[in-house]
Every structure is written in structure tokens, then in C-alpha cells.
Design a protein around this ligand. Structure first.
Ligand SMILES: Cc1cc2nc3c(=O)[nH]c(=O)nc-3n(C[C@H](O)[C@H](O)[C@H](O)COP(=O)(O)OP(=O)(O)OC[C@H]3O[C@@H](n4cnc5c(N)ncnc54)[C@H](O)[C@@H]3O)c2cc1C
Length: 363
């Protein structure tokens, strides 16, 4: 008999879970508090980096699993979501060589480049000491990805409801009741809680046992460039031309060339609309663009904030407690994995174990 599963949160993670669950024959209802394409959470906008390159082989394996699932999503939803135009990692030679070794060990293609070769291939981009290109990477269109998961979920029979805020989830027998702010009660055999930055205060069984999550407002900028869509994605690792421990990520998009610092923003409460733009961060990004992104117009940036929800070890929480499966703490690097996170969620709902690495009890 089909299970009735309520997914709370229509960001990229909840939407992917809804698709995978509906694909397996579960009766799925996805509830999202805001309108489609809203900009209050973590999954909106035109661009996220997709890449296989991680120093840790665990994440390389996860990204390798995610890749064909993105392509399956594009077919099912008849939408263009992923563009594989490669990523350039650059910075200290030791960091770049490590990525080359890990990708090589996984059998994935790479190309080592000098800064001069990077400038020749992409005249708008300057690379630090050592560089590595890997082609099985590029950009995801965030808004289109979320919409595609929801379209594909609907095609598989899921109900997707926007403008429905969930007030609480309470245990009932082996299942749970999902109670909305309007006091509608939806009985479920299982619940997937994927509420991003709202996780710390979300009332659901087992939520009190979650690790400390840090919710911050990050502030990337977009710089105009006529050829922005031709740019590869890029990661500039700190330790050579940038201070140790810092770093910059970026990519071309329909909104220009995006560049941002990773996880430096202030702690915020997502319930309050704290959209304060920090002029110092913006100026630092402009100075960065002037030096390292000469093909982009550093003088005319646009900027908006977006939420990170970060765990103490930057690994995710994908785990189950009773009827509730929680997807949280994607720590500013989760989007690329969303296609496989939904699959892991569907496994947990079906009673299969999740990766120990993402267990809530690991701390
Ligand atoms: C600036 C920035 C750049 C990033 N760049 C990259 C990148 O290049 N590559 C990469 O892999 N990752 C990147 N990420 C990370 C990635 O975007 C996030 O990990 C991912 O979007 C998290 O999705 P989510 O579904 O967990 O959260 P969200 O998108 O926030 O979704 C949670 C949803 O739950 C809803 N919700 C909350 N409470 C309730 C309730 N009570 N009832 C109903 N609905 C509720 C919210 O409205 C929201 O829509 C970036 C993040 C940011 C902010």
C-alpha cells in the first residue's frame, strides 16, 4: 500500500524528495509557506555551481551519483537545468594537486593549466598560482531546478501546495500529524522536514536532538559581462594570492558573473526579513573582481542576500527519527547534491539506512 508522505519545505531539497518519493509510488503532499520562486530561503536565483571536485572522495562519489539524476530530472520535467561547461579550481599548488589526485583516482577527466593558459582560454578570468579544469562541472539554474523537481513530482502524482505554512508536526502512533498555521491537520505515515534556515525553530519530533545549526545571510554579487554565459565556474582557494583560510567562488549566469565569499555572513533569524547589504563586503568583492575578473564590470555590481545553514563540521544532516526524516545543514554547498539528497530521503522513508556521515547523532 502506498505510504502517505508529507514533505515540509519546497526549496530544492524538499522538492527533490517529493519527486523521488512520488516516483516510488508514495502518495506525496509538498507544503511550502511562500510562493514559487520566492527569495527568502537558500534555493533561489539563477546560478549554483555543480562540480565533482572535492578534496574528500566521499563528496566526489556523491556528486558522481548526483550527475545522472540531474539529467534524468531534465528529461522528466522537460527543462534545462544543468549546463556542463566546466569548473576552474585555482590557488596554492598543493590544494589544486590534491583535487587532481582525487578526481583521477575516481576516474574523472581533468586538465592542469597554468595561469597564462587560463587567461588565454577565458580572457575575462585570472588564475592564481596553479589551476585545474574539470569538464564534468558547470552551473545549475537554481529557480529552474526547484520548478523542475516540482513539475516532475506533480507528473508522478504529487500534490504541490504553496502558501501553506506548517505550524508543527506531532507524533501519532507510528505516523505523524502535520498541522498548518490555518489548523488544517494532515495525517501522514511519514514526514520529510526540509525547511532550510527555519530548521532550528521548527517544531517536529526529534528536532530537538539536531546539532547546532548556524543560519547566516550571505551576500554574493553579480558583475555585468556580455559573455557571462561563456565563463566556466571557478573556485579561488586561499593560501597563495588570497589569504589562507579565505576563498572565492564564482560562475557565469544570466545575471552576470557571480562572485562570493564562502560563509562569512552575519547570523540571522529567517523569520525576520533581515536583508541588510554590508557595503564593506560589497567593496571587497569589487576589489576582488577588479584584480581577478578583468572581463567583468567591477564598477556596477548587483547584490542580494541568501541563507546558509551550516553544521559544525559542514557535513549535512540527512537522517530519520521515528516518522520524521530531516534534511538540513547544507552548509553552503548542498545544491549540487540535491538530486541525490531526495533519493537518500526516499530511502530513509522506506526504512533503509542513510549515510553515517550525515547522521544527526555524529556530534
Ligand atoms: C549565496 C549562496 C550561494 C550558494 N552557492 C552554491 C553553489 O554554488 N553550489 C552548491 O552546491 N550550493 C550552493 N549553495 C547552497 C545551496 O543553495 C543550499 O544548500 C540549498 O539551496 C539548501 O536548500 P534547502 O531546500 O535546504 O533550503 P531552502 O531553499 O531555504 O528551502 C527551505 C524551504 O522551507 C520553507 N519553509 C520553512 N519553514 C516552513 C514551514 N513552517 N512551512 C512550510 N514551508 C516552510 C521555506 O520557505 C523554504 O522555501 C549556495 C547558497 C547560497 C545562499
Amino acid at each position: 500500500m502506498a505510504r502517505r508522505v508529507v514533505v515540509v519545505g519546497g526549496g530544492v531539497m524538499g522538492s527533490s524528495a517529493a519527486w523521488h518519493l512520488a516516483s516510488r509510488g508514495d502518495e506525496v503532499v509538498l507544503l511550502e509557506q511562500f510562493t514559487p520562486g520566492h527569495d527568502r530561503g537558500s534555493s533561489y536565483g539563477s546560478s549554483r555551481i555543480f562540480r565533482l571536485a572535492y578534496a574528500d572522495p566521499f563528496y566526489v562519489g556523491l556528486a558522481v551519483r548526483a550527475l545522472p539524476l540531474w539529467q534524468r530530472l531534465e528529461e522528466e520535467a522537460e527543462a534545462e537545468v544543468l549546463t556542463l561547461n566546466g569548473v576552474v579550481d585555482h590557488g596554492p599548488a598543493a590544494i589544486v594537486r590534491r583535487l587532481e589526485d582525487v578526481l583521477g583516482a575516481a576516474g574523472r577527466p581533468t586538465l592542469a593549466l597554468t595561469p597564462a593558459e587560463v587567461a588565454e582560454r577565458w580572457p575575462g578570468l585570472r588564475a592564481d598560482t596553479a589551476a585545474l579544469f574539470h569538464p564534468e562541472a558547470g552551473r545549475l539554474h537554481a529557480d529552474r531546478a526547484v520548478a523542475a523537481f516540482q513539475t516532475a513530482a506533480r507528473k508522478r502524482g504529487a500534490q504541490v501546495r504553496h502558501g501553506v505554512k506548517v505550524a508543527r508536526v506531532t507524533a501519532r502512533g507510528t505516523g505523524a500529524d502535520v498541522v498548518t498555521a490555518e489548523e488544517e491537520v494532515i495525517a501522514a505515515d511519514a514526514v520529510v522536514v526540509a525547511v532550510g534556515g527555519w530548521t532550528p525553530q521548527f517544531p517536529a519530533p526529534g528536532n530537538e536532538g539536531l546539532p547546532a545549526l548556524r543560519v547566516t545571510a550571505e551576500q554574493p554579487a553579480h558583475f555585468p559581462a556580455a559573455d557571462a554565459l561563456e565563463w566556466p565556474s571557478f573556485i579561488h582557494h586561499g593560501g597563495a594570492g588570497l589569504p589562507e583560510g579565505s576563498g572565492i567562488y564564482g560562475l557565469g549566469s544570466v545575471d552576470g558573473v557571480k562572485a562570493g565569499f564562502h560563509g562569512i555572513g552575519p547570523v540571522v533569524d529567517p523569520e525576520r526579513d533581515e536583508r541588510v547589504i554590508d557595503p564593506v563586503v560589497l567593496r571587497n568583492l569589487q576589489e576582488y573582481a577588479e584584480r581577478w575578473l578583468p572581463g567583468a564590470d567591477h564598477a556596477h555590481p548587483t547584490t542580494k542576500t541568501c541563507l546558509y545553514t551550516t553544521t559544525p563540521d559542514h557535513d549535512f544532516v540527512i537522517d530519520r527519527s521515528g516518522p520524521c526524516t530531516v534534511l538540513a545543514g547544507f552548509s553552503g554547498h548542498g545544491f549540487k547534491f540535491a538530486s541525490v539528497v531526495g533519493e537518500l530521503a526516499a530511502d530513509l522513508v522506506a526504512g533503509r539506512p542513510g549515510p553515517d556521515r550525515f547522521a544527526r547523532t555524529r556530534f
